[in-house]
Design a binder for this molecule. Structure first.
Ligand SMILES: Nc1nc2c(ncn2[C@@H]2O[C@H](COP(=O)(O)OP(=O)(O)O)[C@@H](O)[C@H]2O)c(=O)[nH]1
Ligand SMILES: [Mg+2]
Length: 362
């Protein structure tokens, strides 16, 4: 950044001097008029002073210097530094934008993926990973759409639900943020295994945070005739698990937790690790914004989930968040839920059934 002061008899001349010396990118920072010479102001001459600057780090149009009357260097003021930063940023941004091939196939495909809530970085990776040259397909053609879908499908590993062993039992705990559908999902699974498949099932709720949460699961257990235990602490959970040996499947409900509350997450981790046999299912809603879902997956990872359940597939136009997460993390999938109806609205993740939700907005 070069800053100079120019004086002349008129504003026009002072600015002309500044532009002549610093180039046409010069910015006028300050102007002032004052009287010079004379006796106590009498016979004095009006002069104009212009402070101008140019950012030498990116200007390419500085003209050769002319004679510089009354030129002096001045120190950089904070506002000058901010203006300089802004100018540099604008310049950088223009350079970046100019490098994006506007209107190219690449940017059209990027738009298509981003319109389906696929994050720009993931979209770039998907395009990069395409196994064949996409430029031979027309943008908007079924062939190109199929090529993208096939690529996206590579992130859906085969899903596996709860497997009850022939001998012994299975203990599964469900955890995740508030309101994602943990309790409803447990009710659906309890009905599937106890009523439809005839297994000995019991429920445990550790969600004593809200009175209504216990009532909610108790209502389902009453309707289905399945026993339920309420536990208030990790050691109580251990006691119940030790005593409930005659069951083939035990489903544990937990209180919804915020990914930003480390203390709560620590408590949850202790609860889930009270018994090594507990299989841990992280429950995520497909309606969650990707950035929030990223926080959730990262923060809840301290609980070491074995599998993931995506809920509320029915409430979203596309499964952009699911695609983003699966492309980023190789998570083991299990169920998706697609409505509030107990027990019907749950199924194992089936990539083909989810396909129409991958690139819905064309
Ligand atoms: N649309 C829709 N709603 C769901 C689904 N699963 C749960 N819900 C609803 O989400 C709300 C919160 O569910 P709940 O099981 O209490 O969530 P929790 O706080 O995680 O235990 C309830 O109104 C459920 O009926 C789903 O797959 N689709
Ligand atoms: Mg609940």
């Amino acid at each position: 950044m070069k800053v100079r002061v120019f004086t002349a008899d008129t504003m026009q001349n002072a600015i002309a001097q500044a532009k002549g010396a610093l180039g046409r990118d010069a910015i006028i920072l300050h102007t002032r008029k004052y009287r010079k010479g004379g006796l106590w102001g009498f016979f004095s001459k009006e002069e104009v002073e212009v402070t101008a600057a140019v950012d030498t780090s990116f200007s390419t149009t500085i003209l050769p210097k002319k004679a510089e009357p009354c030129v002096e260097e001045v120190s950089l003021q904070p506002e000058v530094a901010v203006k300089s930063e802004l100018a540099t940023m604008r310049n950088l941004l223009e350079k970046v934008i100019s490098k994006i091939p506007q209107g190219s196939e690449h940017s059209s495909i990027l738009d298509l993926l981003m319109n389906n809530d696929i994050d720009i970085k993931i979209a770039e990776r998907i395009i990069h990973d395409l196994p064949i040259d996409y430029s031979k397909f027309e943008v908007g053609s079924p062939e190109l759409k199929q090529l993208l879908i096939t690529q996206i499908q590579t992130c859906f590993k085969s899903a596996e639900g709860i497997k009850i062993p022939d001998q012994g039992r299975k203990v599964v705990a469900f955890f995740g943020p508030t309101g994602v559908g943990k309790t409803t999902t447990i009710a659906k699974l309890a009905a599937k295994f106890a009523i439809q498949e005839g297994y000995q099932v019991s429920l445990i709720t550790a969600d004593t945070y809200r009175i209504s949460a216990v009532e909610q699961l108790k209502t389902y257990s009453d309707i289905m005739g399945i026993p339920i235990h309420v536990v208030y602490a990790a050691d109580e959970l251990k006691t119940v698990l030790d005593s409930d040996q005659d069951k083939q499947l035990i489903l544990i409900d937990t209180a919804g937790r915020s990914p930003h509350n480390d203390e709560q997450l620590d408590e949850l981790k202790k609860l889930l690790h009270i018994d090594d046999a507990i299989e841990k299912y992280l429950v995520l809603s497909a309606t969650t914004k990707y950035k929030d879902a990223l926080d959730i997956v990262e923060k809840f990872s301290i609980c070491m989930p074995d599998k993931v359940i995506f809920t509320k597939i029915d409430e979203t136009r596309n499964i952009g968040t699911v695609v983003n997460l699966l492309y980023q993390f190789p998570m083991s999938l299990s169920y998706v839920t697609n409505g509030q109806n107990v027990p019907d609205d749950i199924e194992l993740v089936d990539m083909n059934r989810l396909t129409p939700l991958i690139l819905r907005d064309l």
